[in-house]
Design a protein around this ligand. Sequence first.
Ligand SMILES: NC(=O)c1ccc[n+]([C@@H]2O[C@H](COP(=O)([O-])OP(=O)(O)OC[C@H]3O[C@@H](n4cnc5c(N)ncnc54)[C@H](OP(=O)(O)O)[C@@H]3O)[C@@H](O)[C@H]2O)c1
Length: 311
Amino acid sequence: MKKLLVTGASGLLGMNLALGLSKKYQIFGVANHLTLQGIPFEMVQRDFFRKDVAAELIDTVQPDAVIHCAAMANVDTCEKNPEAAMELNGEFPGRLAGETAKRHIPMIHISTDAVFDGKERKENGYTENDLPHPINVYARSKLLGEQKVFEANPDAVVARVNFYGWSVSGNRSLSEFFYVNLKSGQRVFGFTDVFFCPLYVWDLAEILEKLLLKNAKGLYHVFSPEFLSKYEFGVNIAGKFGFDPNLIQPVSWQAGGLDAPRSPYLIMNTDKLREFLGESLPDQETCLNHFYEAEKSGLPELIRSFRTDNS
Ligand SMILES: NC(=O)c1ccc[n+]([C@@H]2O[C@H](COP(=O)([O-])OP(=O)(O)OC[C@H]3O[C@@H](n4cnc5c(N)ncnc54)[C@H](OP(=O)(O)O)[C@@H]3O)[C@@H](O)[C@H]2O)c1
């Protein structure tokens, strides 16, 4: 495997994945609106709403593998634009998967924990065999994407993920929300009734690479084996960086003024992934340490330096 096609490479996951893997592979990133400067990999612009773009892109790049990160990933934007969300998150991944299947190119499609309603607190977490039940437009569109990918390419990997890290805009991730506000002494809400199992995005990128190298196929839950509430996540960030944790007001997500309903208990079972990889997965402390070390090494400034006037 030499040449990787990474869609969504201007986004939080795609950028960090492409940066991390660019040391080992020739990366072709795909962005849509954002034009970036000084990035250490090749970047092309494509709009995936164009019907013929999947085949054209694969033929142009001729990758050895594809990691499809692009999406309409903002839950509240999807709620306001359901048709566009279903097209980009639901239909397009199927077209891309069809093109990879025709050419026998391995593909990882990125999905989400939000395909579950999270109403039940399952201490052992949702497994890959549990039936999804999406409760908002974003989640419905992502579940359609999973189905379309497997219909078109049964050998693809669908990786359900949740992650945090440093982004081009500086405000894409929950970790940046807490970091930026707490650093400047701003009070914020932290949801005590929404639980998740996020990975630091570079830890996630390493696992995705291993899935490719080990020729994985099928559905995988790619998460930290530890869950925590979004409030606790914020408190951990405060503790690690020496910010005041009392700036975080513990509240219910229902006080947060969000457009789309949220799944409260996204506790995910990662046994299948751990057994497949034959190794333990990063816990919350490990991930937070990596996020912290990245900040100390200047990664946020590096990533933000890629911005141009239109990003
Ligand atoms: N962030 C999370 O916590 C989270 C949690 C669970 C799952 N996920 C999933 O992880 C994946 C990556 O999410 P992310 O947070 O990295 O997303 P993001 O930061 O919002 O980035 C989205 C990417 O998709 C690209 N894109 C959007 N519309 C496009 C179009 N019409 N044509 C081509 N590219 C388009 C964007 O390009 P431009 O910006 O250049 O327009 C950008 O590179 C998504 O599949 C998402 O559903 C994310």
